[in-house]
Ligand binder design. Structure first.
Ligand code: F6P
Length: 359
């Protein structure tokens, strides 16, 4: 058996831990071989880019951030984009990918990815490629798994940033906004916001009213608070308004969100006498060493993916359903985004303790 493994989409802390676990389990437990595919699905296009993974070259990578295989979030073989003579051409390169999978002698493909990469994996599955999915994204927006690896590290990083912002905000009597990632899901903002004691948390799932935000800040000042902290998810939007988009593709697909914290800060400054500052945490949330929770989860995911191969359970995605690791059909895993429930326990609890969600 020869396993091909690739990481697709944005990187997340714990990718190397999955790659290591796949390699170790395949070699030690089953005596199989593992081929690492470089730069996600791009590595399966001609000329293919791969490297043999061994116990030796995956040694010592458990705690490393990033991915030794490289990744890209712009390499969909079903809609592959190239620029010819200044014009963008979109082609279906999946036949070439299929040919190369056969040529490389891969019996199965382990796709470590978020919703985009897992959708590509599902597309290849439909064309007859045995695929196993591993859920990765700091956004934690995948259905059918309790949590994706990389998420907890991102929450830890955002929480640490909030702890630091509190002290400087208090010294200068400022309102500081922290913009965090998460795309269309507010998980990082919500959980880091609660853990980092934010006063206002704005998430995509709860369109906010600027009046309510300002009211909360003024109320805090009146009660004696010298400073306030506002966490803004990059996908947050005002009621009746739009998300802040930084970059769009020619077809309208949103490539990058960002800028809402600045908008909120400007509006707070305009309406009040507060001095405001904005910190955009950005890719710090994706980089660096995975926290122990993510190292363990990623290791369990990678190892279980190989066990699924041994059971010939192709077309499945590994899934954490505490306390066990199990699997679900890839199709169900990517059917919908997992979003924060505006009426759920966490939001209600935070509101019950005075946190403002702008509603
Ligand atoms: O999906 C992970 C993520 O970090 C999102 O939270 C964010 O919107 C996006 O990727 C950023 O992508 P890029 O690395 O292309 O800027």
């Amino acid at each position: 058996m020869r396993i091909g493994v690739l990481s697709g989409g944005g990187d997340a802390p714990g990718l190397n831990a999955v790659i290591r676990a796949v390699t170790k389990t395949a070699i030690v437990k089953y005596g199989w071989q593992v081929t690492g595919i470089i730069d996600g699905f791009e590595g399966l296009l001609a000329p293919t880019k791969t490297r043999q993974l061994t116990l030796w070259n995956t040694r010592g990578i458990l705690s490393d951030g990033g991915t030794i295989l490289g990744t890209t979030n712009r390499g969909n073989p079903f809609a592959h984009k190239t620029v010819v003579g200044g014009r963008e051409i979109v082609e279906d390169m999946s036949p070439e990918v299929l040919e190369n999978i056969t040529e490389l002698g891969l019996d199965v493909l382990v796709v470590i990815g978020g919703d985009g990469s897992l959708k590509i994996g599902e597309g290849l599955l439909k064309l007859g490629v045995p695929v196993i999915g591993v859920p990765k994204t700091i956004d934690n927006d995948l259905m059918a798994t309790y949590v994706t690896f990389g998420y907890q590290t991102a929450v830890d990083t955002a929480t640490e940033a909030l702890d630091k912002l509190h002290t400087t905000a208090e010294s200068h009597q400022r309102v500081i906004m922290l913009e965090v990632m998460g795309r269309y899901a507010g998980w990082i903002a919500l959980e880091a916001g609660i853990s980092g004691s934010a006063d206002v948390i704005l998430i995509p799932e709860i369109p906010f009213s600027m009046d309510k935000v300002v009211e909360k800040l003024l109320e805090r000042k009146k009660a004696g608070s010298k400073s306030s902290i506002v966490v803004v998810a990059e996908g947050a939007k005002p009621a009746g308004g739009e998300m802040a988009v930084r970059e769009k593709a020619a077809d309208g697909y949103v490539l990058r969100l960002g800028g809402m914290a600045e908008i909120v800060a400007n509006e707070v400054s305009r309406r009040t006498s507060f001095e405001t500052r904005v910190t955009v945490l950005g890719h710090v949330q994706r980089g660096g060493s995975p926290c122990p929770f993510d190292r363990l989860l990623a290791t369990r995911y990678g190892s279980y993916a190989v066990d699924l191969i041994a059971q010939k359970k192709f077309g499945e995605m590994v899934s954490f359903q505490p306390p066990v690791i199990t699997s679900v059909p890839l199709e169900s895993a990517i059917s919908n985004l997992k979003l924060v429930d505006p009426g759920g326990e966490l939001v209600k609890m935070a509101e019950g303790m005075g946190v403002c969600f702008g509603r």
